[in-house]
Design a protein around this ligand. Structure first.
Ligand SMILES: NC(=O)c1ccc[n+]([C@@H]2O[C@H](COP(=O)([O-])OP(=O)(O)OC[C@H]3O[C@@H](n4cnc5c(N)ncnc54)[C@H](OP(=O)(O)O)[C@@H]3O)[C@@H](O)[C@H]2O)c1
Length: 193
């Protein structure tokens, strides 16, 4: 079966990739929120590869390894860090020489070629986990089968942009939508091709 390609977006209402503060945003609950469960826990078994641009990769490497976490963290956060340690990670970079994270490799070049190469390898589904510039490239090239978006209730006004000029519009099919506990929207779209 073909490896499904999913793009993840966490963005403000004005389409910026940022993690702003708003009421409830810095609450860490002992149990995973519905949003966390749907974005991550439910997908642990199907996804075996996570692709990130270099800046996002380094950001994740700094905070989302088991070593970087505290043993006192809630179990679901430790589970997420362990899962990220374990899955294959692809860091896109022309400048980084070594990934410095287990089960990771560096790839560079044309994004469509990289995705085609990954699809030709053995494995489960693939998540394209940002950053925003990488997702812009994904959209421009129509590389994702589906998109998971968390829309935060903030107009932020700065930060990297998800949306940019396209030669052709992209029309998506809404698969599910829900509002989350702190006013975010979770949107799941499939690409219409
Ligand atoms: N899921 C997320 O990670 C996420 C979500 C929301 C917001 N953010 C925020 O977004 C920011 C980072 O996102 P960003 O869009 O600025 O950067 P990014 O996509 O994470 O990284 C950009 C870098 O990726 C490398 N790259 C991308 N495509 C490549 C290709 N085809 N071949 C080789 N290298 C390639 C280049 O690295 P080199 O310069 O090394 O060549 C480029 O400078 C952070 O501030 C983060 O907090 C991240």
């Amino acid at each position: 079966m073909a490896r499904k390609i999913t793009a993840n977006l966490y963005m403000t209402l004005d389409g910026r990739g940022a993690f702003p503060k708003y009421p409830g945003s810095d609450r860490t609950s002992k149990e995973p929120s519905d949003n966390w469960r749907r974005m991550w826990l439910d997908r642990f078994d199907d996804v075996t590869t996570v692709v990130m641009g270099r800046r996002s990769f380094l950001g994740h490497r700094r905070v989302w390894t088991e070593k970087a976490r505290s043993p006192k963290d809630p179990k679901y956060l430790l589970d997420y860090a362990r899962w990220l340690d374990r899955v294959e990670k692809v860091c896109l970079s022309r400048t980084l020489k070594t990934p410095g994270w287990e089960n990771a490799r560096i790839m560079k070049g044309d994004l469509s070629g990289i995705v085609a190469r990954l699809q030709g390898e053995n494995g489960g589904n693939i998540i394209l986990e940002g950053g925003p510039r990488l997702i812009q490239d994904v959209l421009r090239r129509d590389l994702a089968d589906d998109y998971w978006m968390i829309l935060q209730p903030v107009v932020y006004g700065r930060g990297p942009e998800y949306w940019g000029p396209l030669k052709q519009q992209r029309t998506l099919e809404l698969l599910e939508s829900s509002s989350l506990e702190d006013g975010e929207l979770l949107l799941h779209y499939a690409s219409r091709r």
